[in-house]
Ligand binder design. Structure first.
Ligand code: BGC
Length: 555
């Protein structure tokens, strides 16, 4: 049986507002993605995931959908969605759209009806609850974007649940009519020809009907998973508000719908829970999601211990499930900026960008590459007056929100707005992105962009990297290393997570010419330059024994 396409797939994430604007309104559009489809394909990725482009009041920049079937006019016409799907397929790419199933916009017709009374036809389509006798919200659940997870509606004299903005009411997935309606929205896009769905904030889809209070995390145990260290949301264990057991029934229904179409893919976004355990649970067996995507690598820690621990725990938990890794996305600080701060010496961002791609593309699993990561883009510094993200505005200045990773793609270094738009971009182009623009990197054989292309082309010919098992090697800091093996191919992959040369004891390895910052193997010692990588063949079977003696942890 051949492996499904999404096993080992590299998925390029496009944030459409900031990719390419073709009509001069300062906001990227679907025609811009179509125009750049050749560029996306040239990277060597297998698929693209496009963040929401559906009709929306854009309070959360598209993650607040008011019509699941319509393209928002700022992104184009409905027919542009067909052109997008067709262009992706013409270039041999799969197309994944972003479905926001857990909540809609408060401007969705369903909610506009639901909120006016307690007895209309959509009255029970969202999560409504009476206040406590003292008028306060029904329980202690908090919104990740700040404040209680409940919003008052005076016409019903009730609160509605919203895990994010008050303009993002949660749908009531305990109501069979809602399930039917939402399955219809999914079917609409499957019929249209999309190959996969990225399921937004999926753990928030089903709530505890008893509305029990969430317990506090043990003192000192505040998680920073949500990225805002001063957010009271991080003081709670979200036991009753997220990842409810009933969600598995909803997944089974979703999966049986998706399975009626060949080769389709469901990928859940997992945050603010025990993400490894939940990713494993949601991808176990044939009646759930195909893969999950989580935030284990989108926060501070960037060292051998963290990488080792996440990959080992994930592999132990996964069983027959599947994971998709990401180092960055439209919700977190750019990886190069986030992680260079942790290196002891002034960082070489180009080298770090290459190291990150080599490492991400070599792990066992799928991988998401966020637009601009192939260029090594850094986090843009946005002035308060230019902030657009409501989360950043709420928590500024300690947390500046997500605009810094959402600035326009720099296509041409010398063009106004970097060639992103002929108008005024919705977020300013970061001036320090100009030297990193695509045109400059195209012309530079050693650029991160050309590295990405070479590496992915090289990876395609390595079955062990595409579909092999993984075993973490016990190395010394700062080197993160593992073995990938499939049938008769056994590869060792080693990454120097520091901006300083380092030497480790080598195994029975033969260097393999590979794109990257080459390392030297001599007299049983492997010397990796700053942010250097090493790929090698592992010797014959007897070396497996000697490697095990050296403490390889088989996972
Ligand atoms: C998306 C965010 C969005 C949130 C609410 C997420 O996880 O990635 O961009 O703000 O869901 O929809």
């Amino acid at each position: 049986m051949t492996s499904p396409w999404w096993r080992g797939a590299i998925i390029y994430q496009v944030y459409p507002r900031s990719f390419l604007d073709t009509d001069g309104d300062g906001i990227g559009d679907l025609a811009g993605i179509v125009e750049k489809m050749g560029y996306i394909a040239s990277l060597g990725v297998d698929a693209l995931w496009v963040s929401p482009f559906f009709k929306s009041p854009m309070k959360d920049y598209g993650y607040d959908v008011s019509d699941y079937r319509a393209v928002d006019p700022m992104f184009g016409q409905d027919s542009d969605a067909d052109r997008l799907i067709e262009a992706a397929h013409d270039h041999g790419l799969k197309l994944i759209i972003d479905m926001v199933l857990a909540h809609s916009s408060d401007r969705h017709a369903w909610f506009e009806e639901s909120r006016v009374s307690r007895d209309n036809s959509k009255a029970d389509w969202y999560v409504w609850a009476d206040p406590k006798p003292d008028g306060t919200p029904p329980n202690n659940w908090l919104s990740v974007f700040g404040g209680p997870a409940w919003q008052w509606e005076s016409r019903r004299r009730q609160y509605y649940l919203r895990h994010f903005l008050k303009s993002q009411p949660n749908l009531n997935w305990h109501n069979p009519e809602v399930v039917r309606a939402m399955m219809g929205e999914v079917r609409f896009w499957l019929d249209r020809g999309v190959d996969g769905l990225r399921l937004d904030a999926i753990t928030t889809m089903v709530h505890d009907q008893a509305l029990r209070d969430n317990p506090p995390l043990p003192a000192g145990g505040q998680s920073d998973v949500a990225g805002t260290p001063d957010n009271p949301f991080t003081y709670q264990e979200h036991r009753h508000s997220r990842d409810r057991p009933e969600i598995m029934e909803r997944f089974a229904e979703l999966r049986s719908l998706v399975d009626r179409y060949p080769d389709r893919f469901l990928m859940g976004e997992i945050a603010d829970v025990d993400t490894i355990a939940v990713s494993a649970k949601y991808t176990k067996g044939s009646g759930a999601l195909h893969s999950c995507y989580n935030f284990q690598f989108t926060h501070e820690a960037f060292d051998r211990a963290h990488l080792t621990s996440v990959v080992s725990r994930t592999e132990h938990a996964l069983e027959d499930g599947w994971i998709t890794y990401a180092f960055g996305n439209h919700d977190v600080m750019r990886a190069v900026s986030r992680w260079r701060r942790l290196t002891p010496l002034a960082s070489d961002d180009r080298a770090l960008a290459k190291l990150l791609m080599a490492c991400l593309f070599s792990l066992r699993g799928g991988a998401c590459l966020y637009q601009g990561e192939e260029l090594g883009l850094t986090e843009a510094d946005i002035a308060f007056e230019d902030l657009r993200d409501p989360w950043g505005i709420e928590f500024w200045p300690r947390f500046k929100g997500r605009d810094g990773c959402r600035t326009p793609m720099p296509w041409q270094s010398d063009a106004p707005a970097g060639g992103f738009t002929e108008g005024t971009p919705w977020l300013p182009l970061a001036e320090d992105h100009r030297p990193l623009a695509v045109d400059r990197q195209e012309a530079d054989a050693e650029s991160p962009l050309n590295f990405c292309r070479r590496f992915l082309a090289w990876r395609k010919a390595r079955p062990a990297l595409l579909a092999g098992d993984i075993a973490i090697l016990e190395t010394t800091d700062p080197v993160f290393a593992f073995e990938r093996s499939r049938e008769d191919e056994r590869l060792v992959c080693a990454f120097n997570i520091a901006n300083a040369e380092t030497t480790i004891e080598a195994g029975d390895w033969t260097p393999l010419p590979a794109p990257g910052i080459a390392s030297t193997l001599r007299d049983g010692r492997l010397t990796l330059p700053p942010f250097g990588t090493f790929f090698g063949r592992v010797g014959d079977l007897s070396s497996a024994v000697s490697l095990l003696d050296k403490g390889i942890e088989k996972v």
